[in-house]
Design a protein around this ligand. Structure first.
Ligand code: SF4
Length: 569
């Protein structure tokens, strides 16, 4: 087993004088399935392409970007695992010091708007080069006109700003393979599902979205645009979209069909090193490695559809899960890794306890356009069943050589409480064996109006879950806690809502909240649309939106006050 070439010497050692595809990323090169660029690289390698990775290139000089020369087929460019503006700035617009995907943790390697900077870097040093293909979270969530919090304006599709040739959105491994096949045959990679491209005309069959100019001028046009965009995210029902930008059109082809279980299993069986590339070692520790290295990703997608989350438009609303055989096989392979100490820090996905069940109607006909699966209440068509996940956890912890298996991905407590058949059995297993001291829950708020705007359920199930958790914890003779995540200054939230949340945290949960985040309007979410337009997309009513940095901080401090007072005592 070996890393994909990340230096010229490594490329030459393989007997290659050039590469077919060069992937450029804003993250350090960690060879693990959770890292998009590593996963895409491995999939291309398996298909026989010569692939190399340029991680966190110096964007001021030619040195890094020219190290392999020019690729034969295309450049793949990603900002990395996180949107570069989210990675570089806090919700209060202050520079972040820490970057978990950079050696040594110093946040000095990923430029702002990294997809654009890297594309320009390539064009600067390779005139008339092969196509540049954007991918990853930043490109995916900025693929159509979007609100950008950091410049406080509506921006064009990133494909225009980066002057790239193609954009891959969503989980891109099969899309990238198809692109590579097209370029190998000498074809243009046009009309591929899961991509966006720029054209002079809108295709006849396309749904026409409000233009960039209209969205920039009129918040209601932007809201209409997002509604149409969101309605076209399910591969079963989505149509081609077209959006005018000046005299050109952004064309979004429908999403690719979701991966089959066999396809997912095959991807996770690829020979990942589960380590950072040796060139990063002398530069310091990469914090993200601790959490992802020996974690197991069991599924993709989420039907929670929280309005502040972009998973629905990136990974999709349908959950696709790996077979038990595949996950167990991966766990067994971990034992051979020299750094493995018998602990699997996480077994999960975007929401851990969505593993193993889905709505049959959704699989056949696509996600409903007029209702959600778990909000405002659980849809009766969703067969919530924790049986498969419970079994999987049990089997994993019985593998010889594995001492602990933890669940660190967030879980939906409401799903546990609503699973009459297996919910309690799951909880017993979870509390008894799979909590590493603290279990994360994300109620985010307690006020019914704010919860509705977030697309999240009420507090009743949270309190039931909490009671059950501590009862089982006592029975098991363990010392373990619940950690709650909350959001301050969400669109619609005023100080009175934060006072209500403070009372709830103190009186009902008996906690001083430590995990309070100020809301960040990240691209591609309903919440960022609400933030920009000040409109409740369901009722059409005007929303109070806290835009001032001081006001945001005050909302956070209302909650943080309890913690301060308790610390003083
Ligand atoms: S029928 Fe219910 S569970 Fe299925 S997609 Fe529609 S809302 Fe979701």
């Amino acid at each position: 087993m070996h890393f994909l070439p990340a230096t010229r010497e490594e490329m030459l050692r393989r007997g290659w004088d050039a590469l077919d595809i060069i992937l450029v990323s804003g993250d350090a090169y960690i060879d693990a399935p959770q890292i998009g660029v590593a996963l895409i690289g491995r999939v291309l390698e398996r298909a026989g392409y010569r692939v190399g990775i340029i991680a966190q290139p110096d964007f001021e000089t030619a040195e890094d970007i020219t190290r392999f020369g020019e690729p034969r087929l295309f450049w793949g460019v990603t900002a990395g695992s996180v949107d570069s503006m989210v990675a570089n700035y806090t919700a209060l617009q202050k520079p972040r010091r820490q970057d978990d995907y950079t050696p040594g943790g110093r946040n000095d390697r990923r430029p702002d708007r990294a997809s654009i900077v890297y594309s320009n870097l390539i064009r600067r040093h390779f005139k008339n080069t092969v196509p540049i293909v954007l991918g990853g979270l930043e490109a995916s969530l900025r693929r159509v006109v979007h609100y950008d919090y950091w410049s406080d304006r509506i921006r064009r599709s990133i494909l225009f700003d980066a002057k790239a040739d193609l954009l891959v959105y969503g989980m891109g491994e099969s899309t990238v393979l198809q692109i590579a096949e097209q370029y190998t045959r000498g074809n243009a990679a046009a009309g591929i599902h899961g991509t966006c491209e720029i054209r002079r005309e809108a295709p006849d069959e396309a749904v026409i979205l409000p233009s960039f100019e209209d969205c920039a001028a009129d918040p209601e046009a932007f809201l209409r645009m997002y509604r149409q965009f969101y309605a076209n995210t399910d591969p079963v029902t989505a149509r081609t979209l077209a959006q005018q930008h000046g005299d050109r059109w952004l064309v979004q082809h429908p999403p690719r069909p979701y991966e089959t279980q066999e396809e997912l299993d095959a991807v996770y069986a690829l020979p990942f090193m589960r380590d950072a590339h040796p060139t990063t070692r002398e530069q310091g520790k990469i914090r993200a490695l601790d959490t992802i290295r020996f974690s197991l990703q069991t599924h993709r997608g989420c039907y929670g559809e929280c309005n502040f989350c972009a998973i629905a438009v990136h990974e999709g609303r349908r959950v696709r899960w790996r077979s038990e055989h595949s996950v167990i096989g991966e766990a067994e392979r971990l034992r051979d890794h020299p750094a493995f100490r018998g602990v699997i820090p996480d077994v999960g996905g975007p929401t851990a306890n969505m593993y193993g069940y889905e709505c049959a109607r959704k699989i056949e006909r696509g996600a409903c356009s007029d209702k959600r699966c778990v909000f405002p209440e659980l849809c009766r068509q969703l067969p919530v069943d924790h049986g498969r996940y419970t079994q999987l956890l049990r089997k994993l912890r019985r593998i010889p050589g594995i001492r602990h298996v933890f669940v660190a991905s967030g879980i939906r407590h409401d799903l546990v409480m609503q699973d009459a058949q297996c919910g309690m059995q799951f909880m017993e297993e979870l509390v008894g064996h799979h909590v590493s001291g603290q279990l994360k829950l994300a109620p985010e708020h307690s006020d019914p109006e704010i919860l509705r705007l977030m697309g999240k359920g009420g507090t009743e199930e949270l309190l039931d879950f909490r009671e059950r958790f501590f009862e089982l914890t006592r029975k098991a003779g363990k010392k373990q806690f619940l950690t709650y995540y909350f959001i301050a200054a969400y669109p619609g939230s005023e100080e009175r809502h934060m006072h209500a949340l403070r009372r709830f945290a103190a009186n009902e949960l008996s906690i001083s909240p430590e995990q309070v985040q100020i809301f960040t309007p990240t691209p591609g979410t309903w919440a960022s649309v609400m933030y920009h337009t000040g409109i409740d997309p369901v009722s059409g009513a005007r929303l109070t939106v806290e835009r001032g940095l001081r006001g945001k901080r005050r909302q956070k401090n209302i909650l943080a006050e309890i913690s301060r007072r308790r610390r003083k005592r």
